[in-house]
Design a binder for this molecule. Structure first.
Ligand SMILES: O=C(O)/C=C/C(=O)CC(=O)CC(=O)O
Ligand SMILES: [Ca+2]
Ligand SMILES: [Mg+2]
Length: 411
C-alpha cells in the first residue's frame, strides 16, 4: 500500500489546518540548528525552509531560531503568516515542494519555543482560590477581600521556565515540621509536598510602551498565543515562606511550558462568556459589554498515565484580557516573550481540581490511582497536562501537551 502523505490528515485530526501551532525543533543530524516548526497532524513543517522555497516576505521571521521575532511583528503579520502556512499545507499546488519539508514529530527534539521575558502567575479560579484559602488559612475567610476586585498575581522566575519533557528536580528548602513548637523552628531538606498546578499561559507578542495602560480590547493586538503550563509547587516551602510577600522559592525552581504555542486565532471558536460575577469590577476591568473573554479549553491532568482531573478553563472568574489590562494599568510596559499564566485551573467538582493540594485536601485524603495512592508527588512520577478546544465544524483544536517527571533531590 502506498504510504500516506503527511499532508493528508485523518478526518478530524486535532492538529489540522485550523490549528497550526508553532514550536522550535532540531533534527538529530543538526542538533544545534534550532528551527521554527508548525505542527500538522503527526508531522512538523520546517516553516523557515517552506518560507524560503515560497520566497515569502516572512522568510526571515520564520527562519529565526525562536518565535520572538515573529511574535514582535504584530497581529497583521501573524495573520498573514497563518494564511501562508495554511496555503502551503493544504493547497495541492504546493504539495511537491512542501512534502519533503515535513518531519515526523517523533524524530525531533523540541525546545522552549520562545525566549521568556517576564513571567507572571495569576490566581484566577474562584474554586482554586477559595479551596487554597481554606487549606492554607483555615481560620480566615476563603477569599481575601481584594479577590473579586482585581486579578491577583505575583511575579515568577522567567529563567526557570522549562520546555515540556524537562526533568523536575525535587527542590530543597526551609519547611516547618507539622507538629511545630512556638517559636517556630524550620528544618531544611528536600520538599516532601511537591505538587503540580494545571494552568494556561498567554504569550505576549507585540510589546507595549511604558506608561501606556492597555484596554481590554488590547488583548488581541498583544497576545500571540496560548499554551499549557505546569507551575510546579513545593507546598511545604510555600506555606512557611509566603507571608507577607507571596510565593517565592516554593514555586521558582521550575515551571514547565508546552512546546507548542497555539495561535490566538485558532481559538476563535472556543471563546465563551466567563461565569457570572457577583461584584462589578472597576471600569478598566469591566468586560460586561466586551466580547466574551473566556476560553472553552477542556484540560486533562494525568499522573503516571492515569487521569486524575479534568479542569474546565471556561470556569475561570478572571479572563486573560482582564489580566492584561490589570498588568499594564499602573503604566508597566510589555515585552515580547512576556508570559502570564492563568493560575491553577479548578472547576466546582471534585474531579475538576487542578492540583494535588486540592485533590487531597492538603494531604488529608490520599488520591487513589489504579496501582498506588498519592498525597503529593513521589520521585519518578510523571505529570502530563493535555487539552482541547472546540474548533470549526465540530473538529477539536488540540493543545500541545506539557509533561514533566520528578527526579530525586540533589544530594
Ligand atoms: O492561597 C495561596 O496562598 C496560594 C495559592 C497558590 O499556590 C496558587 C498560585 O500559585 C496561583 C495559582 O496558581 O492560582
Ligand atoms: Ca500557580
Ligand atoms: Mg512553579
Amino acid at each position: 500500500m502506498a504510504q500516506r502523505s503527511p499532508l493528508d490528515l485523518p478526518e478530524g485530526d486535532p492538529f489540522g489546518p485550523d490549528n497550526l501551532p508553532y514550536g522550535v525543533f532540531t533534527t538529530s543530524d543538526a542538533p544545534h540548528l534550532r528551527k521554527i516548526g508548525v505542527r500538522y497532524g503527526a508531522h512538523v513543517l520546517d516553516a523557515g525552509a517552506a518560507a524560503a522555497v515560497a520566497a515569502s516576505p516572512h522568510a526571515e521571521l520564520l527562519g529565526a531560531s525562536s518565535l520572538n521575532p515573529l511574535m514582535a511583528a504584530g497581529r497583521p503579520v501573524w495573520q498573514a503568516v497563518r494564511a501562508e502556512l495554511r496555503d502551503w499545507l493544504t493547497n495541492p499546488a504546493h504539495r511537491h515542494a512542501i512534502e519533503p519539508l515535513m518531519h515526523p514529530l517523533t524524530t525531533l527534539a523540541l525546545h522552549l519555543p520562545i525566549e521568556v521575558a517576564d513571567y507572571v502567575d495569576f490566581f484566577a479560579s474562584e474554586h482554586h482560590a477559595s479551596n487554597a484559602g481554606k487549606i492554607f488559612r483555615p481560620d480566615g475567610d476563603a477569599l481575601t477581600p481584594n479577590w473579586k476586585h482585581m486579578p491577583i498575581g505575583y511575579h515568577g522566575r522567567a529563567g526557570t521556565v522549562l520546555v515540556s519533557g524537562s526533568p523536575i528536580v525535587r527542590p530543597h528548602g526551609q519547611q516547618l515540621p507539622s507538629a511545630s513548637s512556638a517559636p517556630p523552628r524550620p528544618v531544611f531538606g528536600p520538599s516532601l509536598r511537591l505538587d503540580f498546578e494545571a494552568e494556561v499561559a498567554f504569550v505576549v507578542g507585540a510589546p507595549s510602551p511604558l506608561n501606556t495602560p492597555l484596554p481590554l480590547a488590547g488583548f488581541h493586538d498583544h497576545v500571540f498565543g496560548v499554551c499549557l503550563l505546569n507551575d510546579w509547587s513545593a507546598r511545604d516551602i510555600q506555606s512557611w515562606e509566603y507571608r507577607p510577600l507571596g510565593p517565592f522559592l516554593g514555586k521558582s525552581f521550575a515551571t514547565s511550558l508546552a512546546a507548542w504555542i497555539t495561535p490566538l486565532d485558532a481559538l476563535a471558536t472556543a471563546r465563551t462568556a466567563p461565569p457570572a460575577r457577583d461584584v462589578t469590577p472597576l471600569p478598566y476591568l469591566d468586560d460586561s459589554a466586551a466580547e466574551p473573554g473566556g476560553f472553552d479549553l477542556r484540560i486533562e491532568v494525568a499522573v503516571n498515565g492515569h487521569t486524575v482531573s479534568r479542569p474546565p478553563f471556561s470556569a475561570m472568574y478572571w479572563t486573560a484580557a482582564q489580566q492584561l489590562a490589570h498588568l499594564t494599568v499602573n503604566g508597566a510596559s510589555l515585552r515580547t516573550g512576556d508570559v502570564f499564566a492563568s493560575g491553577t485551573v479548578s472547576g466546582p467538582n471534585p474531579d475538576e481540581l487542578g492540583c494535588l493540594l486540592e485533590l487531597t485536601w492538603g494531604g488529608r485524603d490520599p488520591l487513589h490511582l489504579p496501582d498506588s495512592t498519592r498525597t503529593f508527588l513521589e520521585d519518578g512520577d510523571e505529570v502530563t497536562l493535555t487539552a482541547w478546544a472546540p474548533g470549526p465544524d465540530g473538529v477539536r483544536i488540540g493543545m500541545g501537551e506539557v509533561t514533566g517527571h520528578v527526579v530525586p533531590a540533589a544530594s
